[in-house]
Design a protein around this ligand. Structure first.
Ligand code: ADP
Ligand code: MG
Length: 498
């Protein structure tokens, strides 16, 4: 359905168009009219289906820009999600000049207090920090019209119920209450009963838990083999933007250090990093300045990063739902993605559990040989050379180039360039990753059934004429392609300047 049929005003339609949204998603189509109408709504739809705009657009529509009071509050489980939501609401409300602010823990509260004095009309915040501000009377919710519990399942998982109740108590009883969630555990219905007035339920059934746009592979390997196989796979698949999931913080640290040691542009995020460090890394990743983000499940939960082409599950998740969350980072908005899951021989049951839930059979992938990895690197270098030559700023090097060709053989020169542009063989840079205890063997008689039961047929992913993820260049966004080549360009210059 078109956004113009939903009863939104011109300035919002403009912002929607600028955001590149062509059609409303199902959750948006169904909830926007109800929210505009002032009703309480419980909306459930998978991650990545546009729930932010589903509540954000009607809220922005209702904002009175002449009223300096906070008119809507959005409670968000994590700092990252709060920031992301603030950014989206700001973007959508820009034409209407709506002020949207965000508050979260781990950041300087005085600075937040100062910006709160600019009278935001929409406030996004994490539960603890919001409570803190209410306590200090630096946030007043007496006049809010709408309260949103976003990612409600996540907030309950994180034990925020008490904070949420405390915040709700400070809001007018006749407010509109909205609740959005990816899943619908029974506790959520309790919230509906307790804090909402005759809430309307909108549930968008997930037709498929994982999208057809993601080709899902697995590699069977022993724990100590995984790192070398992963870097070879990266060389062969040449991903534009990758997330690597590790099971523990230590894993994330060691994997990101190991990737950097082998010349990849990687960084890791997990809960032990400061908020500043995490924000910085996320920004670099979103801008394409970073090719590989290594993360724990918790650190990456719900993050909306567009353009992720590859998800590598360095460790298979013990819980099939986590797998679905992880894979949901790619194959978004119509783009094609690849996921690759490492499985140690005694973890195969976990793989089957995942397949039961997603009803998609993962395809086995043979680890590339060192030779294949090398050829992959050279192929990448070829692409980058095409891009480097296409840049028209090379004219002033032409004399120098001619001189070099007088004293050196052309093949020697190009071989040296290729050597510079490619990484050293994995075997030259040994990386040791501390073994993690493998997942406990599953009891065969105690298998959990997948959510959808296990009677159905698996969909297979190999019938699209797309032979899996090797060289997914065609799907690279311009942006990331550019950053890729400029990285090499930088390397070359760097050497020269030394
Ligand atoms: P959810 O909260 O359901 O996980 P988000 O609100 O974070 O999902 O949206 C996921 C991504 O989809 C965001 O990048 C958002 O900008 C984008 N998006 C939202 N609505 C649309 C739409 N109608 N068309 C295209 N993209 C959209
Ligand atoms: Mg969301």
């Amino acid at each position: 359905m078109k956004f113009s049929e939903l009863g939104l005003s011109e300035s919002l339609l403009k912002a929607i168009k600028r955001s590149g949204y062509e059609e409303a998603t199902p959750i948006q189509e169904q909830t926007i009219p109800m929210v505009l109408d002032g009703q309480d709504v419980i909306g459930q739809a998978q991650t990545g289906t546009g729930k932010t705009a589903a509540f954000g657009l009607p809220i922005i529509e209702h904002v009175d820009t002449k009223d300096p009071d906070i008119q809507a509050i959005v409670i968000s489980p994590t700092r990252e999600l709060a920031i992301q939501t603030q950014e989206e609401l700001y973007r959508l409300g820009k034409d209407k000049h709506v002020r949207v602010q965000v508050v979260y823990g781990g950041a300087d509260i005085r600075r937040q207090i100062k910006s709160l004095k600019q009278h935001p009309q929409i406030l996004v915040g994490t539960p603890g920090r919001l409570r803190d501000h209410l306590h200090r009377h630096t946030v007043k919710l007496d006049n809010i019209k709408t309260l949103v519990l976003d990612e409600a399942d996540e907030m309950l998982n994180m034990g925020f119920l008490e904070d949420i109740e405390a915040i709700i108590k400070q809001t007018p009883a006749d407010r509109q209450t909205l609740l959005f969630s990816a899943t619908m555990p029974p506790e959520i219905k309790n919230i509906g009963v307790k804090f909402m007035t005759d809430p309307k339920m909108v549930r968008i059934k997930a037709k498929e838990l994982t999208t057809d746009l993601v080709d899902q592979y697995y590699v069977r390997a022993k724990d100590y083999e995984k790192f070398d196989i992963m870097t070879r796979l990266i060389d062969v698949q040449d991903p534009a933007l990758t997330i690597v999931f590790g099971r523990t913080k230590r894993r994330v640290d060691e994997l990101s250090k190991g990737l950097i040691a082998r010349g990849y542009n990687a960084a890791g995020i997990h809960g032990d990093l400061s908020q500043d460090q995490r924000t910085k890394i996320m920004r670099q990743f979103k801008n394409g300045q970073l090719d590989i983000l290594v993360a724990t499940d918790v650190a990456a939960r719900g993050l909306d990063i567009s353009g992720v082409t590859h998800v590598y599950n360095y460790d298979i998740p013990s819980d099939p739902d986590s797998y679905v969350h992880r894979i949901g980072r790619t194959g978004r908005a119509g783009h094609h993605g690849v996921s690759l899951t490492f499985v140690t021989p005694n973890e195969m049951d976990y793989l089957h559990e995942i397949e039961k839930l997603t009803r998609v059979r993962m395809l086995p992938l043979k680890p590339p040989t060192a030779e294949e990895a090398f050829r992959g690197q050279v192929a990448t270098a070829f692409n980058d050379i095409d891009e480097l030559i296409a840049q028209d700023s090379t004219d002033r090097y032409k004399d120098a180039a001619a001189k070099l060709l007088e004293t050196h053989d052309a093949v020697d020169l190009v071989a040296a360039l290729l050597n510079n542009m490619t990484k050293e063989a994995a075997s030259e840079v040994p990386v040791k990753i501390t073994p993690e205890r493998p997942l406990p063997r599953r009891n065969r008689h105690n298998h959990q059934r997948g959510r959808n039961g296990n009677s159905g047929h698996y969909r297979r992913h190999d019938g699209h004429g797309r032979r899996h993820g090797y060289r997914s260049n065609g799907h690279r966004s311009d942006n990331h392609g550019k950053s890729h080549s400029s990285r090499h360009a930088f390397n070359i210059r760097h050497r020269k300047d030394d």
